[in-house]
Design a protein around this ligand. Structure first.
Ligand SMILES: CC(C)(COP(=O)(O)OP(=O)(O)OC[C@H]1O[C@@H](n2cnc3c(N)ncnc32)[C@H](O)[C@@H]1OP(=O)(O)O)[C@@H](O)C(=O)NCCC(=O)NCCS
Length: 434
């Protein structure tokens, strides 16, 4: 818990002239907040902040983000350094445990993840129960909820969290790959213990029993980087959902399943799929994106330039910068010439020079280029949000754990300002008018 600045308070003067002093809280990067915890009790007033644009829901030691400067750090380490030098398993350890692992800790973590990669055989039947048209996010969320039925010890909040954390981190990867295999009618490929985390996922996704499959080191590295870039983003919509659900005492699997569902929407994790669909529309119309951008500016059919804009980043998204370079590298290495990449670059160039986007501080976000890379890796569009979920998993877990270990954590329960009817009398049905 970050302490209040000793003795520093902000003064709030209310319309009736009543004054109240509110403590000022300062974070480790000198971010300032006014602590309103006692506001209602002291004054009867609440604060109103739809969309939580100015509201801190918690203190947290996991991720630091400065939207104005384009800074993103996990546990103090810059995202650029982690993407270049680390891998997804190490970053997961870092987020969840607060420090980079030693060689021994790293080895044990990897071995544990490998040992927990299988899902209960009975769960295979679940995949058959879904229609082939099912969106893989529907399947993923349902399967993650089901894990709590297979591991009922998770319902006891005093059971060791580490075991559930290892299980979910390893099994979500298996579930994601299985849901893809089912959707294309191929046999499920069991995980292989000799493979590293990302290579194992690629094996489960793309191998078939009838032939050998070798994991390309370039694809494995790209996947590691993509997952690292998505691994945490402090109190975003899905992470706040995980915390909110977890705050009621719900188990880890239920809390993570809720996060997966919050991620599904096109304004959050669904945006990478929406970007590809937008680029395909522009390609189908034979355009260069100019007409689409004009429609966006005129707010025609409420169109938005998907993959642009961010609630927090108002200058640039550091993840998008890394991804743009990665996109060029991966496509070049794989010898892929994707016309959607040309359209994306052309649209980015137009938008970055256009006053509409400049004045509203709209820049490419993490989703603008990630979809094109996923396509190049052979991952189908409807799996993009699942890939985001796989990447965000350690972040969700870290936040759930931080909340679970905080003795002062309270159930999340916002207030509201009621704008409905005042007290009125019940009217019997035969006396009601239209
Ligand atoms: C991410 C996002 C939801 C942030 O939303 P927000 O902080 O609530 O900002 P708002 O929706 O209030 O937008 C502010 C203004 O910019 C406009 N705007 C925001 N994003 C836009 C976009 N991608 N294209 C066109 N206009 C956009 C809004 O229309 C609004 O204009 P107005 O002031 O004329 O009404 C929003 O930028 C968006 O919808 N982006 C596209 C989806 C996306 O890529 N999501 C992934 C995020 S990682």
């Amino acid at each position: 818990m970050v302490p209040a600045m000793a003795g520093t308070t902000a003064k709030l003067v209310l319309p009736d002239g009543k004054e109240t002093q509110l403590p000022v809280i300062v974070g480790s990067e000198d971010e300032h907040a006014v602590d309103i915890t006692k506001l209602r009790a002291d004054t009867g007033y609440i604060t109103l902040d739809s969309g939580f644009m100015n509201t801190g829901s918690t203190t947290s030691a996991i991720t630091y983000l400065d939207g104005e400067q384009g800074i993103l750090r996990y546990r103090g380490y810059p995202i650029e350094e982690l993407a270049e030098h680390s891998d997804f398993v190490e970053v997961s350890y870092l987020l969840i445990n607060g420090k980079l692992p030693t060689k021994e800790e790293r080895q044990k973590f990897s071995t544990d993840l490998t040992r927990h990669s299988l899902i209960h055989e009975d769960m295979h039947n679940f995949f058959t129960g879904f229609p082939p048209t099912s969106h893989p996010m529907a399947v993923l969320s349902a399967m993650v909820t089901s894990l709590s039925a297979y591991y009922p010890d998770s319902l006891d909040r005093n059971s060791p969290a580490d075991l559930h954390i290892t299980r979910i981190l390893s099994k979500v990867r298996t579930i994601a790959a299985f849901s893809y295999k089912k959707s294309i009618g191929q046999p499920l490929m069991y995980p292989k213990n000799s493979l590293r985390y990302c290579a194992n996922f690629l094996h489960m996704m793309f191998a078939v029993p009838s032939e050998d499959y070798e994991v390309s080191p370039i694809i494995e590295k790209a996947l590691n980087q993509l997952l690292i870039l998505h691994a945490d983003h402090e109190q975003n919509c899905s992470t706040s959902t995980v915390r909110m659900v977890g705050s009621s005492g719900a188990n880890l699997y239920a809390s993570i399943a809720a996060g997966i569902l919050a991620l599904w929407g096109p304004l959050h994790g669904g945006a990478n799929q929406a970007v590809i669909e937008m680029l395909e529309d522009v390609q189908r119309e034979g355009g260069d994106g100019k007409k689409f951008i004009n429609d966006v500016k005129n707010k025609k059919d409420n169109k938005r330039l998907m993959g642009f804009g961010h609630r927090v980043y108002k200058n640039f998204d550091p993840r998008a910068k890394i991804l743009k370079n990665m996109c060029d590298e991966v496509l070049q290495h794989l010898g892929i010439n994707d016309p959607l990449l040309d359209i994306a670059k052309a649209m980015e160039e137009i938008a970055l020079k256009d006053d509409y986007f400049i004045s509203k501080k709209l820049y490419p976000n993490v989703d603008f280029y990630s979809g094109i890379i996923y396509r190049a890796l052979g991952i189908p569009t409807n799996m993009f949000t699942v890939m985001f979920a796989l990447g965000r998993l350690p972040g969700w877990i870290a936040h759930w754990k931080e909340m679970d270990e905080d003795p002062g954590a309270k159930i999340g329960r916002p207030r509201q300002i009621y704008t409905g009817e005042q007290l009125r009398k019940y009217v019997p049905i035969d006396q009601r008018t239209k």
